[in-house]
Design a protein around this ligand. Structure first.
Ligand code: CP
Length: 338
């Protein structure tokens, strides 16, 4: 019998459905142990996230009580950078699977006394944490935790510097598949502050995996230096990037990371790159707009687009975030020894 549940018969129909899902990606996730980026994600693993997230979403859609399948697990949130969506949705996701959640408040923790990242994480593991959900300004910090402590706990990267934000990539992918079905050859335009965007990198890896036609667009100073290696078509001109696109994904202008003055002015950026209804007419009829949030209203996207339910998928993305994070926690933690 599973260590995570005492009696399968006592489980809700949704929990039973989740446990009954046995696609090939299940074993792959179990042996992977961590969720660090999407660059090595396989089609089976992606399919596992999408399928189990669709089941998990029923808990919200039907307003079901929390499942109990991770009732003996502890999930610790360590957010060294600010977050609304990712932190709250990992907490909700863990609770909806029955897990206990620790939200470490970094500002009032012993980090302020100089405790290292690894010592802080090890302390939480010593208290019984089975998974650490970590956001940090340093690229590679999640990999560092996995190398140092990954035998004792599952490490989930909730965004590390400019590198990766895998759960955002998965939730965006679920949103895209719900909207467009098979993404092969679908034109997905990703526009905005690419050089600082871990979201774009995590999305691009998954979109390339399924054969989407990925176009990216940024001002020259916000184009990543390694763009040629990302296997996408890249544009300086917004109109060319979004022409005939099936979906336009707008990125946040990361004002907090603009200390080098990479754009002449916000006014010029808005003039050339802000997504509005007029520009959206260049995309396919019915094309919708995504944005990972938080939104700089009026900078990279107009109020009118952000709030237009006919074209905006922003709230859907947030909702899918809870389901996808339930799926990730389930795939990694259920029946795990860690
Ligand atoms: N998209 C995203 O990562 O949002 P938060 O910073 O609010 O978590």
């Amino acid at each position: 019998m599973s260590k995570d549940i005492s009696a399968v018969d006592a489980l809700s129909p949704t929990a039973k459905e989740l446990l009954a899902w046995k696609g090939p990606g299940l074993a792959a996730w179990r042996s992977r142990r961590h969720c660090l980026d999407t660059t090595t994600t396989t089609k089976d693993e992606l399919a596992a996230v999408l399928a189990t997230a669709a089941i998990c979403r029923q808990v919200m859609d039907r307003q079901e009580p929390p499942l109990t399948i991770l009732a003996n697990k502890i999930v610790a949130n360590l957010f060294y950078e600010n977050s609304t969506r990712t932190k709250s949705s990992f907490e909700l996701a863990a609770r909806r699977l029955g897990a206990t959640v620790i939200n470490l408040d970094i500002n009032t923790s012993s980090v302020a006394k100089g405790e290292t990242l690894i010592d802080t994480a090890a302390t939480l593991i010593a208290m019984g944490a089975n998974a650490l959900v970590q956001r940090h300004a340093d690229s590679g910090s999640a990999h560092l935790l996995a190398e140092s402590l990954g035998r004792q706990a599952h490490i989930i990267n909730a965004g590390d510097g400019l590198h990766a934000h895998p759960s955002q990539g998965f939730l965006d992918h679920l949103t895209l598949v719900d909207e467009l079905g098979d993404l092969k050859n679908k034109k997905i335009a990703i526009v905005g502050d690419l050089s600082h965007s871990r979201v774009a990198r995590s999305n691009i890896a998954l979109l390339n995996l399924v054969g989407a036609d990925v176009h990216v667009c940024a001002p020259p100073t916000l184009m990543p230096a390694d763009i040629a290696s990302l296997q996408v078509k890249y544009h300086i001109n917004l109109e060319a990037a979004i022409e005939n696109a099936d979906i336009v994904m707008v990125l946040r202008m990361q004002l907090e990371r603009q200390s080098q003055g990479l754009i002449p002015s916000i006014g010029e950026y808005k003039k050339l790159y802000r997504m509005d209804h007029n520009r959206l007419k260049l995309a396919k009829p019915g094309a919708k707009v995504m944005h990972p949030g938080p939104v700089n209203r009026g900078v990279e996207i107009t109020h009118e687009i952000a709030d237009d339910e006919r074209v905006s998928l922003l709230r859907t993305q947030v909702r899918n975030g809870v389901a996808v994070r339930m799926a990730i926690l389930y795939l990694l933690l259920y029946n795990s020894e860690a």
